[in-house]
Write a protein that binds this ligand. Structure first.
Ligand SMILES: *Cc1c(COP(=O)(O)O)cnc(C)c1O
Length: 481
């Protein structure tokens, strides 16, 4: 290489640098200005999603051989396309599972993006991996997992469930199971992604009848004892720590005991509810979670991180590593001759010892350092701020339930366990709920969608944003009068 530097700093390559890779001050100001304005919105407007008009007129012909003025494209986005996305971080978003990313996590997400920050292997990204592992450790401590626990961040609870259940399946023989057709026990309240993961893995669902919508140790044991032949194929059990529809926490302690006795892998899906581990007011509901072989918590749900961020933890990470490590000639180097690896104790017992390759612990390889926005936010605000935010949401859920009970035309389906409130409007059929939901969005009062409970339609408030005040709840309830 003899190419020297020209006075202007351009490489003497004989060609102009492709403009795609040249810093453009004006475009940077434009986009960063947009980000600044979006971060400062208070409150965030709800907007419209699929209820908005189609966007053909915006997009037709936009992408062609020649580019466009970035100001024009950004304008199309901010004025048109963005209004067709319901803001999941609006305090008026109470459908499905909302998002409520902290300001620090959103800002640091921009850092992760700007730096194209990856965290696939220790060799490439020890700094990012160390910080991600520190955030994972906070979650492991909340759950009471042992010092050796560890894992990685994946894109979502669905990917995490799939990755964990793959380990449950592939380690079954270690636990003395010889099942040719393995089954995994769960209740009918398990998240849809669990059933989907089991289909991918060729595992049959072994459905245990729930008791008042909870999977209990007693019911699990009764089902297995009554069916010795079927039970022989069961290699794992999935318990849910906060069902998505109703926020119910399974009998983790009872299920854990049965799992230990029967040598079943104990997987806990706390994708939504796991954030409530921060709240002392509900922490006893989670007793038994410390015995999980694998645990999923979505920080992009109730731990106030931006999408997409799901934490996947294993009690014995070495088991997961044996299942998920990818073998390829070009990858060998990330597993051998890692600087410092000689000093590291062998981790046969599992253990988040460094060096650590996040790619070894889930069904993925290249990955964004998606745990860092959470890490930065935890470091900046401290865990007490998280505790307080989660308790605020729980208080609002209790107040919302009381408001429903006080309204003559409404009927509470059940007291909320966590932060999901199910209730009914007297005399309403599904079509009435659908029309009400569409109206509430059209009026920008709330994005609130109906669900079903015991085969009857019901209204559902998924509270998760500490800024969703009881006043917003009252506004919503008033639309049902
Ligand atoms: C949301 C959720 C999932 C799926 O998580 P994604 O991040 O949406 O993939 C799995 N389990 C439970 C209990 C959930 O609430």
């Amino acid at each position: 290489m003899t190419a020297g530097h020209l006075p202007g700093g351009e490489e003497a390559t004989g060609t102009m640098t492709n403009p795609m890779f040249v810093f453009d001050e004006k475009m940077a100001e434009l986009v960063l200005g947009y980000c600044r304005d979006r971060l400062a919105l208070d409150p965030v407007p709800l907007d419209f999603g699929g209820y908005a008009t189609p966007f053909r007129d915006v997009l037709d012909g936009l992408i062609g051989p020649e580019g466009n003025d970035p100001a024009h494209v950004l304008d199309l986005f901010s004025e048109r396309l963005a209004t067709g996305v319901i803001s999941s971080d609006s305090p008026r978003f109470v459908s499905f599972i909302p998002a409520a990313p902290t300001k620090a996590s959103l800002l640091f997400d921009m850092v992760v993006s700007c730096s194209s920050l990856h965290a696939t292997s220790w060799l490439e990204a020890a700094g990012a991996v160390s910080a991600e592992n520190q955030a994972l450790r906070v979650l492991a401590d909340l759950a009471g997992l042992p010092a050796g626990a560890g894992g990685c961040f994946v894109a979502g609870g669905s990917a995490a469930n799939l990755s964990a259940l793959m380990v449950a399946r592939d380690t079954a023989s270690h636990r003395g199971h010889g099942a040719a057709r393995p089954k995994v026990a769960c209740s009918e309240e398990a998240h849809s992604s669990v059933g989907k993961a089991l289909r991918v893995l060729g595992i049959e669902e072994y459905v245990v009848p729930s008791v008042d919508h909870r999977l209990t140790g007693e019911a699990l044991e009764a089902a297995l004892a009554a069916d010795p032949e079927g039970a022989a194929d069961v290699v794992a059990v999935v318990a849910t720590a906060g069902t998505t529809n109703a926020g119910i926490v399974d009998d983790l302690k009872g299920v854990a005991e049965v799992a230990r006795r029967r040598k079943l892998w104990f997987h806990v899906d706390g994708a939504y509810g796991g954030g409530a581990l921060f709240a002392s007011s509900v922490r006893p509901l989670f007793d038994g979670i410390e015995q999980a072989d694998s645990l999923v918590i979505d920080p992009h749900k109730w731990l106030f991180a931006p999408y997409d961020c799901a934490a996947l933890l294993y009690r014995q990470p070495a088991l997961a590593k044996a299942v998920h490590t990818q073998d390829a000639a070009y990858l060998d180097i990330i597993h051998e001759s890692i600087p410092g690896s000689d000093d590291v104790p062998s981790d046969d017992s599992g253990g988040a010892e460094e060096p650590w390759n996040p790619s070894d612990y889930a069904y993925h390889l290249s990955r964004r350092a998606r745990g860092l926005p959470l890490w930065f936010s935890l470091a900046v605000y401290g865990t007490n701020a998280y505790r307080e935010a989660v308790e605020t949401v729980l208080d609002t859920a209790r107040a919302a339930a009381a408001a429903v009970e006080a309204a003559p035309h409404l009927e509470l389906v059940r007291q909320p366990t966590l932060s999901i409130v199910l209730f009914r409007r007297q005399g309403w059929a599904r079509a009435d709920y659908d029309a009400w939901s569409a109206r509430a969005l059209a009026d920008q009062i709330a994005f609130v969608t109906p669900t079903a409970w015991e085969d009857e339609p019901a209204a559902r408030l998924a509270l998760l944003n500490p800024e969703t005040t009881i006043d917003v709840v009252h506004e919503i309830l008033d639309t049902m009068a």
